[in-house]
Design a protein around this ligand. Structure first.
Ligand code: ATP
Length: 135
């Protein structure tokens, strides 16, 4: 089977490394699917899942934006944050979701940073859906 090396790295260090048959994720321009031999490119990513297909199995990594870089035989995802689905703390994400929703509700009364709360909510929802396998 034709494979390529995939690395997911964050400012805190590497999160995932493996040889896979296909990588798919949400770029800012839409869904992106990369297979071995893809032309070199760089694409900015959205908050979402990176799906890594190998040997009939698919692994999921939650990322909160960043870049995907394709080089010959290697794909690197440089993410602001990244967690493998098994390492996601669902309770923590639920608490983050509630905090963000509360901030969005308070928006009229106080000077809340709306965009920041919205992004926190998106990160929390992304983590919860990936951990629960609802994609
Ligand atoms: P929180 O308010 O719970 O910190 P957040 O979305 O603000 O959530 P981030 O700033 O995106 O958190 O991430 C900070 C660090 O914590 C990163 O290393 C990230 O991987 C980790 N992290 C955040 N939420 C979770 C989670 N639910 N499970 C595991 N790791 C998490």
């Amino acid at each position: 089977m034709n494979t390529m090396k995939v690395n997911v790295v964050t400012p805190d260090g590497p999160v995932y490394e493996s040889d896979v048959e296909m990588v798919s994720t949400k770029a800012q321009t839409g869904e992106l699917g990369i297979m071995p031999g893809h032309i070199p490119m760089v694409a900015p990513l959205q908050i979402g899942a990176v799906r890594l297909k190998k040997g009939g199995n698919t692994e999921f990594v939650a990322v909160s934006g960043g870049f995907l870089e394709v080089r010959p035989d290697t794909v690197t995802v440089l993410a602001q944050t990244a967690e493998k689905s098994d390492n996601i703390d669902v309770e923590r994400a639920m608490r983050a979701k509630e905090r963000a929703e509360q901030r969005l509700r308070e928006k009229q009364q106080e000077n809340v940073d709306f965009r920041r709360a919205e992004l926190a909510l998106q990160r929390a929802i992304n983590r919860i859906s990936i951990a629960q396998g609802k994609l």
